[in-house]
Write a protein that binds this ligand. Structure first.
Ligand code: GDP
Ligand code: GDP
Length: 461
């Protein structure tokens, strides 16, 4: 079980209804009449591929009596303290009530991760309540209808990055990362977890056989006196090496090591792809190492595309630059090929290096750090919505069959890599080209090169 989610909020907002949906059995009693007193209940929840424990605090009376209010508070506090993440639910049809403010206050003080959900949001009657929910200062509300099963995708998008974090903690026992969902006014925040000895930055060096991966890794390790020696890898064959490259704790996945074990040449090509794949899955930053003499071969393109699809930060390194004669011309040619063959990685850094001599390795290290930072980047909702308004004004979405697509608001749902949700009318009618326009705009305006950017169009109903 990866984490515990507590559903909290005043009575009758729909907590049990959501609990039932997540648990999948009618474990909790749903009652239209407020006043049935129940205690905390727990269930094993699943949401897409996530498995977690959910706690329901349903059934407390709406009370004015002091002692009962105290009981409500204590029960909520208990649930909050038991949970890793709290889902705070309000009723979007009713709007924010004084009781909601009491709960918001408890959550703000006691919970590290609060997800706000405006429930009963099916239909336009809830619009005002959803907007009001922003005033709680707990970030972007998820527009939800527990009864109709709506908003679960968005809930998933909010839980996913946190789930990763708790899963990693369980494995690594390293509580250093702190990816929060706080959406505060102010400057763009780079909420980047700092790599530590316990939780080093995970880098994979991938590329075709003979691109120079082993040479590069040896060069990196050779510069580093703090090398702690090879460790057993996560899988039987992949080998990871701990180093402090440029003073930054890193774990480098050596995909070359395995290749060396292959005896047959044909087997070799196959292996390096499968092995690279495994490394990509474990990496945070993927260095695609190209041979300057034969760059952007099919295999290079496949692995770079894979890294993008897996959502990893990507740095392209062109090796054997020492034997290149026409460097200016070559660089121009490389950039053109890159644009044409890997448009999905637009803006990713392209660094020329010589693994043999060590030239360019400092720039490579800097590019890795920067890609990692961008990969973890968080943009505030306020900024995104100002930006979205400008983008729409400059270039409004089309009106297919006379239906105007309205982009209502936008929020960043996750990091690692950055993922954004645009709430709009007719999400299925938004053309791919318009999504690309927004993604490219995000990349440029918020300076996010070298990371995949995810964008989801979501309807409000
Ligand atoms: P709890 O006290 O917070 O656990 O609330 P319940 O889950 O018992 O729900 C209270 C009432 O709201 C019930 O009548 C539910 O059927 C209703 N309800 C729950 N979710 C929704 C929803 O998304 N839309 C609407 N319209 N009603 C809902
Ligand atoms: P791998 O298969 O990707 O691990 O590649 P290797 O590290 O085994 O390198 C393949 C060949 O390229 C070896 O002969 C290396 O000496 C050579 N090589 C690697 N890096 C460089 C470089 O920066 N410059 C030159 N000139 N040769 C290199």
């Amino acid at each position: 079980m990866s984490f515990t989610l507590a559903i909290v909020g005043r009575p009758n907002v729909g907590k049990s209804t959501l609990f039932n949906r997540l648990v999948g059995k009618r474990l909790a009693l749903v009652d239209d009449q407020p006043g049935v007193t129940r205690d905390l209940r727990e269930g094993a929840a699943r949401l897409a591929d996530l498995r977690f424990t959910v706690i329901d605090t349903a059934g407390l009376e709406e009370v004015t009596d002091d002692s009962l209010q105290g009981r409500m508070r204590r029960l909520t506090e208990r649930a909050v303290d038991m949970a890793d993440i709290c889902l705070f639910m309000i009723d979007a049809r009713v709007g924010i009530t004084p009781s909601d403010l009491v709960f918001a206050d408890i959550l703000r003080k006691r919970s590290a991760h609060v997800i706000l959900a405006a429930n009963k949001a099916e239909g336009a009657a809830a619009d005002a309540g959803v907007i009001e929910a922003y005033s709680l200062g707990l970030g972007e509300p998820i527009r939800m209808s527990a009864e109709h099963g709506e908003g679960l995708n968005d809930l998933y998008l909010h839980l996913m990055p946190l789930a990763d974090q708790f899963a990693e903690r369980a494995v690594e026992d390293a509580p250093e990362t702190d990816v929060t969902l706080d959406e505060e006014e102010g400057d763009m925040e780079a909420d980047v977890p700092v790599p530590t000895a316990k939780k080093p930055l995970q880098v994979a060096v991938v590329g075709r056989p003979n691109a120079g991966k082993s040479t590069l890794i040896n060069q990196i390790l050779g510069e580093d006196r703090l090398l702690t020696g090879p460790e057993a890898g996560i899988t039987r064959d992949a080998i990871s090496l701990r180093t402090d490259w440029g003073g930054v704790p890193m774990r480098i996945f050596d995909t070359a090591g395995m290749r060396k074990k292959a005896k047959v040449q044909e087997k070799l090509e196959k292996l390096s792809v499968g092995d690279g794949l495994r490394a990509v899955k474990f990496a945070e930053v993927v260095v695609v190492l190209l041979d300057a003499a034969i760059p952007f071969e099919q295999q290079d393109l496949r692995i770079a595309d894979l890294a993008e699809r897996e959502g990893r930060a990507v740095v392209l390194a062109v090796n054997k630059w020492d034997i290149e004669e026409d460097r200016q011309g070559k660089l121009k040619e490389l950039r053109e090929s890159f644009e044409r063959l890997l448009p999905q990685l637009r803006g990713a850094p392209l660094i020329t290096v010589s693994a043999k001599t060590g030239r360019g390795l400092d720039r490579l290290q800097a590019a890795i750090m920067r890609a990692y930072e961008v990969w973890n980047r968080r943009v505030t909702t306020a900024q995104l919505n100002r930006w979205l308004a400008g983008m729409v004004e400059a270039h409004p979405p089309p009106a297919p069959q006379g239906k105007r697509i309205k982009l209502r608001y936008m929020t960043q749902a996750k990091t690692r890599p950055p993922g954004f949700v645009v709430m709009c009318s007719h999400p299925d009618k938004v053309p791919e080209s318009y999504s690309r326009y927004l993604v490219n705009g995000l990349r440029v305006d918020f300076d996010m090169p070298g990371t995949p950017i995810r964008l989801w169009m979501r309807g409000q109903n």
